[in-house]
Write a protein that binds this ligand. Sequence first.
Ligand SMILES: NC(=O)c1ccc[n+]([C@@H]2O[C@H](COP(=O)([O-])OP(=O)(O)OC[C@H]3O[C@@H](n4cnc5c(N)ncnc54)[C@H](OP(=O)(O)O)[C@@H]3O)[C@@H](O)[C@H]2O)c1
Length: 248
Amino acid sequence: MLSLKQIHPAPGRDVSAADAYARPDGVARHVCVNMVSSVDGAATIEGRVGALTGPADQELLGILRSLSDVLLVGAATVRAEGYGPVVTMPELAERRRTAGQEPAPRLAMLTRALDLDLASRAFTAAVARPVLITTERAAPERLAAARAVADVVIAGEESVDLRTALDVLADRGLPRILSEGGPRVLAQLFSDDLVDELCLAISPVVVSGAGQRIMSGPALPQPVPMRLAAAFEEDGFLFTRYLRSPRE
Ligand SMILES: NC(=O)c1ccc[n+]([C@@H]2O[C@H](COP(=O)([O-])OP(=O)(O)OC[C@H]3O[C@@H](n4cnc5c(N)ncnc54)[C@H](OP(=O)(O)O)[C@@H]3O)[C@@H](O)[C@H]2O)c1
């Protein structure tokens, strides 16, 4: 299991990543976002996460997934990254059982167009039935095809209302939500002040270019205050955990 060198708040101590990133118990809903960025702030290289990630970052992603009830992902990320079935790390299967969670986290995809490869392994090999969250405007024939392989949630007229979508997931017994972006989804989550925790990995590369930042959307009316809860280093990556400052 991954071991991380803790540099904040107490330096020099190796900690278990699964313990350091444990999801809170007993909350009605908790939204954690996990993203990786280059040192100069790029979230993509040629349209993919690609060379930004590395073994420790990937293992931490596996741990974060294994601790969560559901992954909330924008359809463009699913298309760009070619999602497969979401699995639980064997080392964390018992922890899930003890916590009363399903054997693997669900994959919940946000989409207006329902333009997803329904024959891909993300659907056909899923351990837990995926969820497609879409709008009243979705094309009926695409909705019918989607319902054959996934649970479909309608949560908005022209756009999915993210607060409604998160409430539906929590009401279905999936309160520990991990969003893996992408930047357009993350911008909406912050715009609606729905993020409780941001796990940002800084990859030890600079890339320049026109790649997206981790958030892509209009400027927020005011900065959302975050508090650095922890920072770790492994493989040259800086792994940070920011918590939303208490809301008034
Ligand atoms: N660095 C990182 O950590 C990281 C993480 C994730 C992704 N990425 C990268 O980010 C890029 C994709 O991100 P992105 O920002 O372009 O797209 P995205 O946020 O992944 O997905 C946007 C899509 O999600 C659907 N969607 C989003 N909000 C919606 C709403 N309110 N209602 C209904 N549908 C909604 C729409 O899908 P439809 O088009 O199907 O209608 C929209 O086109 C990829 O290059 C990926 O590699 C990087």
